[in-house]
Design a protein around this ligand. Structure first.
Ligand SMILES: Nc1nc2c(c(=O)[nH]1)N[C@H]1C(S)=C(S)[C@@H](COP(=O)(O)OP(=O)(O)OC[C@H]3O[C@@H](n4cnc5c(=O)[nH]c(N)nc54)[C@H](O)[C@@H]3O)O[C@H]1N2
Ligand SMILES: Nc1nc2c(c(=O)[nH]1)N[C@H]1C(S)=C(S)[C@@H](COP(=O)(O)OP(=O)(O)OC[C@H]3O[C@@H](n4cnc5c(=O)[nH]c(N)nc54)[C@H](O)[C@@H]3O)O[C@H]1N2
Ligand code: SF4
Ligand SMILES: [Mo]
Length: 727
């Protein structure tokens, strides 16, 4: 079915794009007699030029992992049994449509996790399935991640997908808040080899400043590091705005005629003087002024933030102020500043500002009344929507590539809720902390057995590129788009054997209609290739899939180019610096200014080079050495609290209790404890032998489903006050 580079008994090398994180590295995979013998960076890749990280190098281990599911599982009498695909779909057909009929469409919820974005099948076919289910109970990992950025960009620029990224390769001053791209390999900033790109900034005489409670790898590389108190970035950034206004440093440049709300912004910033913000943020007033002045005076500067700025109590305000600073300093949409990528396919914001302005809150969650944000409700609300009786109660759940029992707030409550469901289906490759609750698990093929094109992440790339890569190995399992279409057939009442080809025609017709094309231009192709071919043809570079097939190392489409005012689709067609829905939350921040922080430790997370959220701990090469789930505490706090290196400490919050091994390090700011998320593989019913042997603890037992960035519904997974006792 796919053009294969591998033949039995032959050694062959395939060029693929790594689908594990946002960096989209090109990899060369060597296969001998069906065994992956080597994975290395593809030196000829137009974007990554040979870069690879330990996770990419483990794709062979993932492919050969004996615990990775190859066949569907159905739970019978509490135990999973391997069944045929037909049996699995028959089981779903016997149970799911009845629930939809008896209790309505909202009774079936969906949760889409992080890898579903990195997978061309789910990226292009989940939408059709979720629409066919017709539920308002749509949850994704976005509300434990980047939703604040969508919200702020939605109101600033009119489109939640118009997210500017730092023009890494041309900037001369980079202010990074709450991100550790040397470990995470970058996020909302698709950039392979971040270390190389950051070093190049320094080589050309530029400066990197990091604001992070921890001395991370990125902070070590930086020229300057400020250890902020967690959760206070919005106040700090407001202080920068205040200084820029009071010292007459506003330089809008060509943005002048495209901006609304400047005066209102100055009024809002007024209370946030450096002197007022200093005690809250832990950064002294002089340093705050210098941060502002240097940023404003730099030639080509960009402000960039990530998880530490989004998954925290003021995620939206922080995300907003980051781009406000990019605007005020004249760096938005400017070379070396923060720019809008222009992807080859599926770029939502390439329509010349023709989309309707973004609005959130078109409906609300049933129990706590949280507003939807582009069709999603907060993961923090999922458990209560399952357990609270009444009209619209969730009775069934479909998860696609997600593990919210480790990744979501108040994980214990969610696990208990999943156990109460009438029915649960997971499209997933492991029996893990979440899918163990499922009645049916439908596994997708390994990343080496599927084609790849990064529909989502090229929209955030620091350089415009496009790369389609065929699978390195044949698959004897259905591709996930086929599975998703079979589920679409079931939820639309067509039974377990619906005509997938006919459904695929409908999806293609819809894609063609939105692209303004005739679906037949894609010729004989089907599945994601057809959709992608249509999207590429309709895209700004007028490529075809054949063009990409002819370029196994990718196509370089050049550096980022200015895109304003074309992309603006606010009602005014201007950048709305002080849109009311965002501004409405400033009062909550002002109230914090007077608060005296208590002396509890504050919990934050950290990513590790050898981890990928919750799901790659089953691979032996990734659970060696430094990849340990420890609670990092500053030695001064340890002394005060009676904690010792290698000893155990118990951390308690309203929602749970976790005992973790203590690691003393002055890399963390005093007053802060850092525990990585994604661990805690010690519950019943897993089929992940290696991960269970390296269980660690689930830090999200401590995160609170009531502690949210209220505007975007994003869980505050950082900045959680915890009580600590030794032992
Ligand atoms: N405390 C704390 N919590 C956090 C974070 C934090 O910083 N701190 N970060 C948050 C962030 S940014 C994110 S994105 C979320 C991630 O949250 P989730 O997306 O819920 O969790 P993952 O760990 O990415 O789980 C991925 C799931 O996809 C499955 N999977 C892997 N590959 C495939 C595939 O090819 N097909 C299918 N069908 N399934 C596959 C895995 O088996 C696993 O079950 O975690 C969030 N949680
Ligand atoms: N190796 C690896 N790579 C990954 C992942 C992984 O699990 N492992 N996950 C991927 C995913 S899904 C994502 S979304 C990205 C995330 O990418 P990043 O955000 O770059 O990754 P983190 O290491 O979580 O960095 C967050 C930083 O925020 C800091 N921080 C915490 N609270 C605050 C705060 O209140 N203010 C400030 N200023 N800083 C704070 C933390 O100390 C930490 O250094 O990484 C992706 N890449
Ligand atoms: S940085 Fe990301 S894309 Fe690159 S090899 Fe590592 S996991 Fe894969
Ligand atoms: Mo994420």
């Amino acid at each position: 079915m796919w053009p294969l580079v591998y033949h039995d008994g032959v050694m062959a090398t395939a060029h693929i794009t790594c689908p594990l994180c946002e960096a989209t590295c090109g990899l060369s995979v060597t296969v001998e007699n069906g065994t992956v013998t080597d994975v290395r960076g593809d030196a000829e890749d137009v974007f990554s030029h040979g870069y690879i990280c330990p996770k990419g190098a483990s794709l062979g281990a993932l492919h050969h992992d004996p615990d990775r599911l190859r066949a569907p599982l159905v739970k019978r009498a509490g135990r999973f049994t391997e069944v045929s695909w037909d049996e699995a779909f028959a089981e779903i057909d016997a149970r799911l449509p009845a629930l939809l009929n008896d209790h309505g469409r909202d009774a079936v919820a969906v949760y889409a996790g992080n890898p579903s974005v990195h997978n061309v099948s789910s990226a292009l076919y989940s939408r059709a399935l979720f629409k066919a289910i017709g539920t308002r109970n749509v949850y994704t990992a976005s509300t434990v991640d980047q939703m604040p950025k969508h919200f702020s960009c939605g109101y600033l620029f009119g489109d939640p997908f118009s997210i500017p990224v730092p023009d890494l390769d041309r900037t001369r001053h980079l202010l990074i808040l709450g991100a550790n791209p040397l470990v995470s390999n970058g996020s909302l900033m698709t950039a392979a080899d971040v270390r190389g790109r950051l070093r190049a900034i320094q080589r050309r005489g530029g400066k990197i400043v990091v604001v992070d409670p921890c001395r991370t790898r990125t902070a070590r590389l930086a020229d300057e590091h400020h250890r902020i108190r967690p959760g206070t970035d919005a106040a700090l950034l407001f202080a920068l705005v205040q200084v820029i206004f009071t010292e007459n440093l506003v330089r809008l440049g060509r943005l002048e005629e495209h901006v609304n709300g400047l005066e209102r912004l100055a009024e809002l910033a007024a209370p946030f003087t450096p002197e007022v913000v200093a005690p809250l943020s832990g950064i002294d007033a002089g340093a705050i002024r210098e941060l502002a002045r240097e940023l404003a005076r730099a030639d080509r500067a960009a402000v960039y933030g990530r998880i530490g700025t989004t998954a925290q109590p003021f995620g939206t305000l922080t995300s907003w102020l980051i781009d406000v600073l990019n605007v005020l300093t004249g760096n938005l949409d400017s070379e070396g500043g923060a720019m809008f990528p222009l992807a080859a396919a599926g770029q939502v914001n390439s329509s010349g500002g023709r989309s309707k302005p973004f609005t959130a809150g078109r409906w609300r969650s049933r129990v706590r009344g949280y507003p939807e944000v582009f069709g999603e409700l907060p993961v923090a609300a999922l458990a209560e929507e399952i357990t609270t009786p009444g009209d619209g109660q969730i009775r069934a759940l479909l998860t696609v590539a997600g593990n919210p029992c480790l990744s979501g707030p108040n994980a214990a409550k969610l696990s208990e809720a999943l156990a109460e469901l009438d029915f649960m289906v997971s499209v997933d490759v492991y029996v893990n902390e979440t899918t163990r609750h499922a009645d049916v698990i439908l596994p997708g093929p390994s990343p080496l057995m599927r084609p790849h094109y990064d529909v989502a992440l090229y929209q955030l790339a620091v350089r415009n590129v496009a790369n389609w890569t065929p699978p390195a190995l044949p698959s004897d399992q259905p591709q996930e788009w086929q599975t998703l279409l079979r589920l679409t057939g079931i939820v639309t009442g067509q039974g377990p054997d619906a005509d997938i080809e006919a459904l695929d025609e409908l999806v293609a017709a819809d894609t063609a209609r939105r692209a303004g094309l005739d679906p037949t231009v894609a010729g004989e192709r089907n599945g994601p290739q057809r959709l992608l071919d249509l999207m590429l043809r309709a895209g700004p570079y007028e490529l075809t899939l054949a063009d990409l097939e002819a370029a196994p190392h990718g196509v370089d489409l050049g550096p980022l180019r200015p895109r304003l005012p074309d992309i603006l689709c606010t009602a005014s067609k201007k950048i709305e610096l002080a849109a009311e829905p965002i501004v409405s939350d400033v009062g909550r921040l002002v109230a914090e200014l007077g608060e005296k922080p208590d002396d509890r430790l504050v919990l934050i997370g950290r990513r590790q080079l050898h981890s990928n959220n919750s799901w790659m701990h089953n691979l032996p090469p990734l659970v060696r050495g430094s990849n340990r789930c420890t609670a990092q505490v500053h030695p001064d706090d340890a002394q005060r609290l009676g904690l010792t290196e290698g000893g155990t400490a118990t951390f308690t919050t309203r929602t749970g209790k976790v005992s973790a091994t203590v690691e003393l390090t002055d890399d963390v700011r005093p007053g802060v404890v850092s525990i990585p998320h994604g661990w805690g593989h010690d519950v019943e019913g897993l089929r992940t032998a290696v991960a269970t042997a390296h269980a660690g603890v689930n830090s999200n037992l401590l995160s609170d489903d009531r502690l949210l960035d209220v505007l975007s519904g994003t869980a505050a997974l950082n900045g959680i006050p915890v009580d600590v006792t030794p032992g």
